[in-house]
Design a binder for this molecule. Sequence first.
Ligand code: SAH
Ligand code: SF4
Length: 373
Amino acid sequence: MDHPEARPDLRSLPQEHLAALVASLGERPFRARQLFRWLHLKGAASLDEMTDVPRALREALAARTDLVTLERATEQRSTDGTIKWTWRTRDGKLVESVYMPEADRRTLCVSSQVGCAVGCTFCLTGTMGLARNLTPGEIVEQVHRANRRLVELGEGEAPRPLTNLVFMGMGEPLANYRALEIALELLLSEDGPNFSHRHVTVSTSGLVPMMRRFGEETQVKLAVSLNATTDAQRDALMPINRRYPLAELLAACRDFPMKQGRRITFEYVLLGGVNDTLEDAERLARLLRGIPAKVNLIPYNENPGLGFSSPAPERVEAFQGVLVARNVTAVVRKHRGRDISAACGQLVAEGGPGDPRRRGAGSGPLTGAPRPG
Ligand code: SAH
Ligand code: SF4
């Protein structure tokens, strides 16, 4: 018998591949669709749950394939309705998703990698280094497990309470391109979670070649973490800028195929005394000229030991004021789930080797991957 690791994960298969697999077992096409709906509409955690799939087919699948699930390790609920979940992968890694309910939408912030190799100096996930990519199945599982849990909690409409997705959790989504692409296809499929491309946003730190490909191959929305207005500043905060400097990044944004009325969201983390002056705001407005853009200002969520602080609210307001006066749409992102460390850039598998809170305040960012084991 095959080693389980060598078998394909049913949850990671694009719909077409699943159809081909089911056909190869001598089954009719409607069985593939039935199976797909169990996997991606109902979020089944096992083949046993699929009671209307003939036993013989389930047994054939059990012998040839694998079905990966995430296990809920922790759940923390904020006073503002935000919920942060930590999921445990089969190989014992921890990844996080954050649920953010609003009046008109219910959004899940999903992770694309365990850790992140980009290593931005202000970001807690960046301090862990990259442990590994998530598989397509592990990416969509965050959505399935969240939907199922939200139904249990009586939030939203069963079976799919979530309406929006943002790829702004742990990891650089465009550095895990193939898995992201399959996950998006699964998440947008009508027989699955059926998200609208207008309600899905992928955020990147600026992986320029992958942004071009992404623009050609998908229709979902793009967000770019800009965070600085000069190369010197951005080099210091985001090492990726040394490879793809501002001029290249902004050129890729200008070229990005934009559907009618679409805009790129530019995230700008405001770091007290670092990138929050009025001159920064003026430069930001100038950089974005000619790009259909909106700016998301994110007052820094402080992480112990990383050495950055959040600017005073007046400074945030003044920064926003400059942008608005230059006709740049700019909103200040609400803090969500700060009381449970679920806010932007506070996601890290707690207690893991890269968690500065475990290492004690004052330790600098780590480079490279966490030690194995
Ligand atoms: N890796 C991708 C997506 C995940 S990060 C990216 O960087 O775009 C999501 C956002 O959180 C990024 O815009 C990042 O700049 C921001 N961020 C990281 N650490 C933060 C912190 N401590 N406070 C506020 N925002 C932070
Ligand atoms: Fe990675 Fe994004 Fe954090 Fe930078 S901000 S280290 S790209 S997760």
